[in-house]
Design a protein around this ligand. Structure first.
Ligand code: NAD
Length: 332
């Protein structure tokens, strides 16, 4: 089977080729999937995409006309796929629901510690032979109240590390209660209570109509003064314009973001010599208490190995007519 693999970087090519070179003919494309690039899948039966590829109705219709039978997401989230259109066109969609929740949860804790203890700022000072500590006073995690929104695979690991490891008070919000977390003292509360009472808010729920702009002007106004916000889930969980206003008014103590609502077309590329015309992103990057990374939380050897293996196993199972463990179906 021929697979058109969109938006590939060196690390994608390395791990996918290692996992599937015997069985599949892989066409590695650097461009993302979208209306202008769908034709590049001509001659293939499968396409493989990542978080910011556009898999909307017009693209699905183009893919169907080319004879594409399966879209394999090499990620967990599938908010960029029009599942209704895929179903209508008879295109199967698979994803990688769990490749390494440890990769993302550990990165989340890393971001929080770096932000809270100003490690990233200290490192740039020390490299300049500036060993002064003024301005680097941080806060202990121990004893602070952390609100974890979404206690699925990633959020549960974050909640456990913060509760059992660092001795935080942990509040959680999720329609599904995890009893193992309750056993270690995590308290499930309504979202409004979490947003109001947490010193630190970390987001691990999927992007849905209910969670879009979960952190908006109202949530920021209701939050504790000096609240720290961490988002390694999906950018659109936060209204970035409202966040900038709250940062300017010094309502927010710090923000660590691995994702950004308008990241498509910016993240995953070296734009260091380019002019970026996204004023919201550029403004966010000017705050001394904002730490950003470019959707990197998943990027470990273990996760990339698991992503490649699961993606190609799903495509192989599809080819063999076997049941698909990781198929994505339209709800309702
Ligand atoms: P998961 O499906 O295991 O967990 C999501 C949890 O969110 C579930 O427990 C679900 O019940 C809960 N939830 C759903 N709606 C909610 C709501 N309205 N309020 C609160 N909780 C709600 O997913 P996961 O593997 O833990 O991943 C979490 C998110 O992390 C994914 O949706 C994805 O967007 C993101 N992610 C980011 C990266 C990265 O590199 N930055 C990598 C992988 C996943």
């Amino acid at each position: 089977m021929n697979i058109a693999i969109y938006g590939t970087k060196t690390y994608d090519r390395h791990f996918l080729a290692a996992a599937g070179q015997d069985r599949f003919d892989m066409r590695f494309l650097e461009v993302p999937l979208g209306r202008d690039t769908a034709q590049l899948a001509a001659g293939c039966e499968a396409v493989c995409v990542f978080v910011n590829d556009v898999v909307d109705r017009p693209v699905i219709e183009q893919l169907a006309a080319l004879g594409i039978r399966i879209v394999a997401l090499r990620c967990a989230g599938y908010n960029n796929v029009d599942l209704a259109a895929a179903s209508e066109q008879g295109i199967t969609v698979v994803r990688v629901p769990a490749y390494s929740p440890h990769a993302v949860s550990e990165f989340t804790i890393g971001l929080l510690l770096s932000l809270d203890r100003k490690i990233h700022r200290a490192w740039s000072r020390v490299r300049d032979n500036n060993f002064a500590l003024d301005g680097l006073v941080g806060r202990n995690l121990h004893g602070r109240t952390v609100g974890v929104v979404g206690t699925g695979q990633i959020g549960a690991l974050v909640a456990r590390a913060l509760r059992a490891g660092f001795g935080c008070e942990v509040l959680a919000s999720d329609p599904v209660i995890n009893p193992a977390l309750v056993d270690i003292g995590v308290r499930y509360v309504p979202r409004e209570v979490l947003l109001r009472d947490a010193d630190i808010i970390t987001l691990h729920c999927p992007l849905t109509p209910d969670t879009r702009h979960l952190i908006d002007a109202a949530a920021l106004a209701a939050a504790r003064s000096g609240v720290v916000i961490v988002n390694t889930s999906r950018g659109a969980l936060i209204d970035a314009v409202a966040l900038i206003e709250a940062l300017k008014r010094k309502r927010v103590g710090g923000v660590a973001l691995d994702v950004y609502e308008q990241e498509a077309g910016i993240f995953f590329d070296d734009l260091s010599s380019e002019i970026i015309d996204d004023d919201v992103l550029q403004r966010l990057l000017t705050f001394p208490n904002v730490l950003m990374t470019g959707h990197q939380a998943f990027l470990t050897e273990e996760a990339l190995t698991a992503i490649a293996a699961t993606t190609l196993r799903s495509i192989g199972d599809f080819l063999d007519g076997k049941p698909l463990a990781d198929g994505v179906r339209l709800q309702g």
